[in-house]
Design a protein around this ligand. Structure first.
Ligand SMILES: Cc1cc2nc3c(=O)[nH]c(=O)nc-3n(C[C@H](O)[C@H](O)[C@H](O)COP(=O)(O)OP(=O)(O)OC[C@H]3O[C@@H](n4cnc5c(N)ncnc54)[C@H](O)[C@@H]3O)c2cc1C
Ligand code: SF4
Length: 327
């Protein structure tokens, strides 16, 4: 590690002001489970001079219901989400997604905001400085994407533009299925946007000085069946190879409305809109589920080593639609 200043922020305004005035030389830290690894391995060309601790800001770890929505503070830990009776009862999909993240130790420290803002997991991007020197690539602003001609087993099969790293956040996938929004606060005010629009092929849309403060989820009605499934190589701790989160409004076996989101296949939670439109108004059968899965992956353009993700994604979609998703 290289030495850095550490400031315990006492308010959101203070943290945002410090971040803004640092001109890119400061980083905010929540649980530190991702950031400290990034710093230790010196994977990024710039090393921050100052770390602003967000955990000392009061009022950012609450879970509450208001006006038909669930409001979750950005500093809420993933384990607090797993353990929340309110979320267990009204938004089980968030419990399932949070439970699938990492290990209990990491969930005890890692926050929802940190999960949504975590850095990429591409192995070239994360190559540790201490092993053979930092690797530069398109995403780091120098050279080409190393995954295109290299090991791209875990990279995007859709929606990438130049950088093929996938969005690593499981929570972003489940939240997108619920059409959740996030609020970003800064010294100049705040703005709210859908979780799915927070991610683009070029990265997150966090402006300098902005901090994620709250996640707001419309509470699904009892008619909405939600499901989160995740395929990973190791069940103990692992990022998704592919995940699927769905929210289907079902009446007498017929789908009235659908949101189907794929994770780890694109740089953002990928909304399978064609599959959604197809399944609406149809009975939920093996045949219609398989056709929806086919349409969802229609535009996939795998790299040399990751075409296997297509079949996994299709299988998870079918399981989700038929209510057979794993917990
Ligand atoms: C071994 C391991 C396995 C993992 N497996 C999974 C997995 O299966 N699925 C998955 O989804 N994730 C996984 N993760 C990622 C994990 O969920 C994140 O490390 C954790 O959620 C980050 O939260 P944090 O509070 O520790 O964030 P930090 O490490 O403190 O911050 C992470 C990043 O987000 C920024 N940040 C933090 N909070 C905010 C905020 N409120 N506003 C703006 N920026 C902010 C920081 O500046 C930093 O860049 C894994 C991590 C590890 C180490
Ligand atoms: S996918 Fe390519 S451009 Fe993106 S982080 Fe990895 S090596 Fe860099």
């Amino acid at each position: 590690m290289i030495n850095f200043n550490h400031i315990n922020a006492e308010s959101l305004g203070e943290a945002a002001g410090l971040l803004q005035s640092s001109k890119g030389k400061a980083k905010v830290m929540a649980g530190g489970t991702d950031l400290l690894g990034v710093l230790k391995d010196r994977i990024l060309p710039e090393y921050p001079e100052t770390i602003i601790n967000l955990k000392t800001i009061p009022g950012l770890k609450n879970i509450e219901e208001a006006g038909g929505r669930l409001k979750i503070g950005a500093l809420t830990t993933l384990e607090a989400i797993v353990q929340s009776p309110l979320i267990q009862e009204r938004c089980r999909i968030l419990v399932d997604a949070a439970k699938s993240v990492a290990s209990l130790q990491i969930r005890n420290l890692g926050t929802l905001g940190g999960n949504l803002c975590q850095d990429l997991r591409c192995m070239y991007y994360r190559y540790p400085y201490q092993i053979g020197g930092r690797l530069m690539c398109k995403r780091k602003g120098e050279g080409a994407c190393l995954a295109v001609k290299g090991d791209n087993r875990y990279h995007a099969i859709m929606g990438a533009k130049g950088c093929f790293a996938v969005c690593p956040s499981d929570m972003a996938v489940a939240l997108s299925a619920l059409d959740a929004t996030i609020t970003l606060g800064g010294s100049g005010g705040s703005r709210t946007l859908p979780v799915a629009s927070f991610y683009t092929p070029a990265g997150m849309v966090l402006e300098p000085g902005e901090i994620l403060t709250t996640v707001s989820v419309p509470l699904p009605s009892r008619a909405v069946k939600t499901a989160f499934s995740k395929f990973r190589l190791r069940d103990a701790i692992d990022f998704a190879i592919v995940s699927v989160a769905s929210a289907l409004t079902v009446s007498h076996g017929t789908c009235e409305d659908a949101r189907i989101i794929l994770g780890a296949v694109a740089p953002f939670p990928f909304r399978a809109e064609k599959a959604e439109s197809y399944i609406k108004g149809k009975p939920l059968t093996e045949k219609t589920a398989a056709q929806a899965a086919l349409l969802a992956l229609e535009k996939a353009k795998p790299l040399s080593m990751n075409a296997y993700k297509i079949q996994i994604a299709k299988t998870l979609i079918v399981k989700s639609i038929l209510g057979r998703a794993d917990r």
